[in-house]
Design a protein around this ligand. Sequence first.
Ligand code: SF4
Ligand code: SF4
Length: 185
Amino acid sequence: MSVADLVKTFTFYEILVGMKATITVFIQRIILRNRKAITLQYPHEKRDLPGSYRGMIALLKYDDGVEKCVGCDLCEAACPSRVITVISAEVEGEPAKRYAKEYYMDMTRCLFCGLCVDACPVDALAMTKEYEWARYNKRDLRLDKPQLLALGDRNFPVREKKLEFQHPNVAYFNIGHKNLPHKAS
Ligand code: SF4
Ligand code: SF4
């Protein structure tokens, strides 16, 4: 055995190499105190999530409180996991308009892929940053329309104007819209 090997054996060289990162952080955090901890004391401390974070899905409303969803079923068709069930109906007195009479999402199956959000033609769906949804009973994760609308109200308090007010010139030609604002010249 060479001298170098003897020194390595008696100084536990391999163990020191393996623990290099641990020892470095120990010295910086505990002895020198010049390194900030990266551990968060969850649930008291929470990480800042990126804007693109995909959390629980919410149904949205317009600024006048009307639900955005027009019950078109496109989200249901786009979902690869069959999470969504939409039961749509005609708006009373307005046969050209439909709405989601019932809307269910079984979040135990959701992949958070966002395809339903992309498929929606009226931006009625959005992904929130909510993630603390652990439940003892998985049936509690089958959310109905009021629960999904409540998620939207909580996470998106600033609501959009109705489409006919966002694009009055386009909406002018749509007989489905009533009480239109004046057409801009
Ligand atoms: S995020 Fe994906 S898996 Fe979840 S409901 Fe939407 S389409 Fe379905
Ligand atoms: S959420 Fe959007 S895509 Fe789904 S039924 Fe309602 S309007 Fe259609």
